[in-house]
Design a protein around this ligand. Sequence first.
Ligand code: KIV
Ligand code: NA
Length: 275
Amino acid sequence: MKQATDFFKMKQNQEPIVMLTAYDYPSAKLAEEAGVDMILVGDSLGMVVLGYDSTIPVTVDDMVHHTKAVKRGAKDTFIVTDMPFLSYHVSRSETLKNAARIIQEAGAHAVKVEGAKDVIYTISTLTEAGIPVVAHLGLTPQAVGVLGGYKVQGKDAESARQLIEDAKKCEQAGAIALVLECVPKQLGEEITNNLSIPTIGIGAGNKTDGQVLVYHDVISYGVDRVAKFVKQYTAVTEQIVNGLQSYVSEVKTRSFPEEKHMYSMKDEELSVLYG
Ligand code: KIV
Ligand code: NA
């Protein structure tokens, strides 16, 4: 299994790092079989598997539950789990307790936290406690209410400068990697060149050390609209809908089940049924 030191080496060797989200046993198993380098149990699960309209309602219990399933599906892949909304803005001991559940109880290898400022301190607290942390800057969806929507971040010189500074602070606080979401490609490249830890981009151009996408977006599974940065490599929704409609119609018309789907008794035993 690749781990933090391998991801550093991959950056040094300019070997792209592939991260993909997964939320349950089958998605994790298929992600591992496809050869992703690391799995993110993202709090995007709130939207793509739980049907909320943001990541805000997601709880530590949700993250623990889904991480356990992912662990069972991908025993040989580095797993990063998001700390959900507000679970790392509480007291130091509450923050450690929440992170410990994700690492100890659920079995993630690292946690991911969004933002800078006070979160920088949290990154060092968790790191000092022995918990590997992935930082997340740029568009930070848990702050959607403050950011005023899902928008590209760091487009002007001042906010770009701030992001470069924040990225450096995340590294200094001990983060093992940095997820960079929805920033101009030039900024993605600049931050990548400024750091010795790997950057994993999502909508951050092609110069970051790795890329991450949401599982359901990559295979177009039950998602309506996708962001500009998403590439859909296959479209399974249509196949699923077609399959389900055929099932409904075959049951309605009694063309399913067919003889080959049935069990049968031997003729000499049938008297018990017919008297
Ligand atoms: O929750 C998530 O899926 C994420 C990625 C989009 C980086 O945080
Ligand atoms: Na997330």
